[in-house]
Design a protein around this ligand. Structure first.
Ligand SMILES: [Ca+2]
Length: 330
């Protein structure tokens, strides 16, 4: 998969090469497709069967061609969440999506989010899902909320890792907490649009294929992202005064098999809260190790010794002082 992306980006010409690579891509990745974490046509049982692997929420609805998170109407909110927690260490999520509506540029909103979080099925203000989440959120933000922003062209894709303590600043389009991002003109296109989130050896890479050329374009590349295992994949969307159809054609989750050196094994050890290296997330100070019995004994012992010592010194000083004052008096 990675090799294929590199070949594509190298811009090799020729239809034959392209076809071969496409074949290789399908063959190579199909083996690792994890059906329990993938949402594909015809969305068997989604929203109707209790045995489905996916739950619908809010205004989300299923058709034969897509899962519509929100229709192009004001004040809608919808989501679809995987029921099965993901315990893979290295994975890739391919999102096939379509955003379209009547609104002219920048008169549409709000976009959608792709989640890998502990908190599933909880409506809230972050693209229709819970704020102060635990995990990763990738946002395809189609409406610029921050007023003075000439430097950033929307739609804009950004990512955020949260340990539950951070607030997504909606009025500033999440700038204070973003790991990175890129502009992506994804609305009202006639060709298919894709986004891929790759998480390998603690490196988070987000790429987009939105120009109809079957090429992945880099968007975010961030090493040192530590995400716990056992979180849930999901996607959510919200509309406000402005709206769009936010449609998910498929979510395909691939298991990636990589070899790790002993050092990498050590570096990639399990975490229980999301952490990003060299980035201060408030409230993640490591909890103090519970004190051992010996340490506690030593602290109490030396405190007592110090106390006795202080009392003795105090008594001596007091006696001396009394003696002196007596001398002075007589
Ligand atoms: Ca926004």
């Amino acid at each position: 998969m990675a090799a294929v992306a590199r070949w594509w980006r190298a811009g090799l010409p020729g239809l034959l090469v392209l076809l071969l690579l496409r074949g290789a891509r399908a063959e190579q990745t199909e083996e690792h497709l994890k059906r329990e974490h993938s949402l594909t046509k015809p969305y068997q049982g989604v929203g109707s069967s209790s045995s489905s692997l996916w739950d619908l929420m809010g205004n989300a609805m299923v058709t034969t061609q897509y899962v519509r998170l929100t229709p192009d109407m004001q004040s809608k909110q919808g989501a679809v969440w995987n029921r099965v927690p993901c315990y893979l260490r290295d994975w890739e999520m391919q999102v096939h999506f379509k955003i379209h509506g009547q609104g002219k540029k920048n008169l549409n909103g709000d976009g959608f989010a792709i989640w890998y979080t502990k908190d599933r099925m909880q409506p809230g203000p972050v693209f229709g899902s819970k704020d102060h989440f635990l995990g990763l959120g990738v946002f395809v933000d189609t409406y610029p909320n921050e007023e003075k922003q000439q430097e950033r062209v929307f739609p804009y894709i950004s990512a955020m890792v949260n340990n539950g303590s951070l607030t997504y600043d909606h009025d500033r389009d999440g700038r204070p907490t973003e790991l990175g991002g890129c502009t992506a003109m994804v609305r009202n296109l006639n060709h298919d649009t894709f986004l891929v989130i790759r998480y390998v050896k603690r490196r988070l890479t987000i790429m987009i294929d939105i120009d109809g050329k079957h090429e992945w374009r880099d968007c975010i590349d961030m090493p040192g992202v530590h995400l716990p295992r056992g979180y849930f994949f999901g996607t959510s969307s919200v509309t406000g005064d402005l709206s769009d159809n936010h449609d998910i054609t498929s979510l395909k989750l691939y298991q990636l098999t990589v070899e790790r050196s002993p050092e990498e094994e050590k570096r990639d050890k399990e975490v229980f809260l999301p952490v990003v290296d060299n980035m201060k997330l408030p409230g993640v100070e490591a909890p103090l190790e519970p004190m051992s019995g010996l340490a506690l004994f030593l602290i109490v012992f030396f405190s007592l010794v110090a106390l006795v010592f202080a009392i003795v010194i105090g008594v001596i000083v007091y006696n001396k002082w009394q003696e002196q004052s007596r001398k002075r008096f007589y």
